[in-house]
Design a protein. Structure first.
Length: 566
């Protein structure tokens, strides 16, 4: 059943409570309908699909559906599936609002941050190269050749950098069908300048999808379509600065590009501390002086853990009490493997959380389609800011995505890719266990990348070995904020990045550069605990060998873009 749920049906986010499965499922469905998150006419997953998602018997779901149909909450018709019944419009509970905190503007000299855009390159046939000498036994997988030094290839042959999906798996045929249907039905006014919030067709289906799949409370009028996460963050930073916000707190590990954009907007970026459970959000820390906080709560980038429930509640309580905002980057929320999906933080308080999502990981970054679900108090200001920025997603692309999403093709694609990425993840874990048994793999319950913990002080050696072997991969410390102590060593491996034809060779190249344990166990300094992984394991009893790369220089930028978080 663990593999089945990734292949069929539509996603439906539900939070079940209590020991009785059927009663908990019925209560969750009633609450979703009563609150308006599941609107009238919304089609629910089949009983088989939902049972696989929730890990319960199909008969349990079927009985719950039947009882809710009898109660009038749902309708079921042959060929139409099970849908939410058309009832009186539910009264939407407005969350408690807090007055925005007013802060004195701080004079800051804005920097300039130009988002790096690396070129997307298709896989090319490798040119025949002279065979490299095999490393000496016991000298590590990346030992320097003894005969002559061969120049390192200018373009790495293998790409495992995080942040990009398998571009070769873009659903071209289904997308073309959606594009044709969208253009055929498009009104003439769709080709004008249009609403700066985006096409109403897309915002309408997005509101339904986000409510169903991610637990987001959204209405079309509160959604703003933007050209990627970076575009959305630029707009939010501009609005926050105009409101007098001085600081936006950020996580200890993340993309420097995002911090640079906030700095360019004239905002300070104090860094939140972290521990073995993830990011710490107590008000007595850097969060106390901030007017907003940027977080990857569902799947921390790059370390991979989810923010614990008590800290999710704590950061929302801080936003309510201070009048601040939580900027939620839900960059890969559709992809989870071994656990129930973590709902969006926005569902806890839609008036204090700005939800930012994107199609860059689920489809392709080249579409440049992303969205913000905004608190009501920010909609007008963000729309005004967007009106003077010449970054827009084209109307035909928005209409095509609306058709793709509304027809169910998006759900089918996500589930197919979820299964494919899970298989790759399992192959990665198995290969690492076979070639480097003492290398701990974490952050694998969700997302498109994994973190390989390395012995202290070995990260740069492994990166140099990777460059020598023509492998583009990133180290954990590339994402560490400058003020955070260097306590972790590891690799961030984007197992979704290569196409199927290049995956096995990339995996083999990775295994060649991983450190090997002498005698089967690592020793030396104790490893620091990884956020979300609990205490570190006890060190081994024998000395470990580090990889010994050749004299090639440190790896430069590899093919494909780094993660934009969008």
């Amino acid at each position: 059943m663990a593999n089945e749920w990734a292949t069929f049906g539509a996603d439906l986010h539900l939070e079940l409570r209590g020991p009785r499965l059927r009663a908990g499922l019925m209560d969750a469905l009633r609450e979703a309908v009563r609150s308006g998150r599941l609107e009238a006419g919304t089609r629910l997953p089949s009983s088989r699909s939902l049972a696989a998602d929730l890990g319960m018997a199909r008969n349990t779901v079927a009985d719950a559906y039947a009882e809710l149909v009898a109660e009038g909450w749902l309708t079921a018709r042959q060929g139409s599936g099970t849908r939410v019944a058309r009832r009186a419009e539910p009264r939407r509970a407005e969350p408690r609002r807090a007055e925005p905190r007013r802060a004195e503007p701080r004079r800051a000299e804005p920097g300039r941050a130009e988002p790096g855009r690396a070129e997307l390159r298709r896989s090319e046939p490798r040119r025949a190269e002279p065979r490299r000498p095999e490393p000496r036994p016991g000298a590590g997988p990346a030992a320097a050749p003894s005969a002559r030094v061969l120049p390192r290839p200018t373009t790495p042959a293998h790409n495992l950098k995080a942040g990009t999906p398998d571009l070769a798996s873009f659903p071209r045929a289904e997308w073309l069908k959606a594009y044709r249907r969208a253009l055929t039905a498009a009104p003439n006014e769709a080709f004008g300048y249009g609403d700066p919030r985006g096409r109403i067709e897309l915002r309408t289906v997005l509101a339904e999808y986000l409510a169903r799949a991610r637990g987001v409370y959204a209405r079309p009028e509160r959604i703003v379509v933007c050209a990627g996460f970076v575009h959305g963050l630029m707009l939010i930073g501009q609005v926050l600065r105009s409101r007098g916000v001085r600081d936006v707190a950020i996580e200890s590990y993340g993309l420097g590009l995002h911090a640079g954009l906030l700095t360019a907007a004239g905002l300070g970026t104090p860094v939140l501390p972290f521990d073995e459970r993830g990011t710490r959000v107590e008000e007595s820390g850097p969060l106390g002086s901030a007017g907003a906080v940027l977080m990857t709560a569902a799947h921390q980038f790059p370390l991979g853990g989810a923010l614990p429930p008590d800290r999710r509640a704590e950061v929302v309580d801080w936003a309510r009490a201070s009048g601040g905002f939580v900027l939620e980057d839900d960059y890969d929320g559709e992809f989870r493997y071994d656990r129930q999906p973590v709902g969006a933080l926005q569902g806890l308080d839609p008036e204090r959380v700005v939800y930012l999502g994107t199609a860059s990981k689920s489809l392709a970054p080249g579409l440049r389609i992303a969205w913000m679900v905004l608190p009501e108090s920010l909609v007008g200001e963000v729309v005004a800011a967007k009106g003077v920025v010449d970054w827009v997603s084209s109307a035909p692309d928005q209409l095509a995505f609306a058709e793709f999403l509304g027809s169910g093709a998006y759900d089918r694609h996500v589930r197919a890719m979820r299964l494919r990425y899970r298989r790759r993840r399992d192959q990665l874990v198995a290969a690492v266990a076979a070639h480097s048994p003492e290398t701990r793999v974490s952050g694998i319950a969700a997302g498109l990348h994994a973190v390989l913990a390395l012995p202290p002080g070995t990260e740069q050696d492994v990166l140099r070995a990777a460059a020598w072997n023509g492998l583009a991969v990133q180290g954990v410390n590339q994402f560490r904020r400058p003020t955070v102590p260097a306590t972790l060593d590891g690799l961030v491996v984007g197992y979704a990045t290569p196409p199927d034809s290049a995956w096995q060779s990339a995996l083999q190249a990775l295994c060649r550069v991983l450190p090997q344990a002498a005698g089967g166990a690592w020793t030396g300094a104790e490893e620091a605990p990884w956020p979300g992984s609990g205490p570190a394991p006890e060190p081994g009893a024998e000395e470990a060998s580090r990889p010994r790369p050749g004299p090639a220089p440190a790896s430069g930028p590899g093919p494909g873009p780094g993660p934009e978080g969008a």
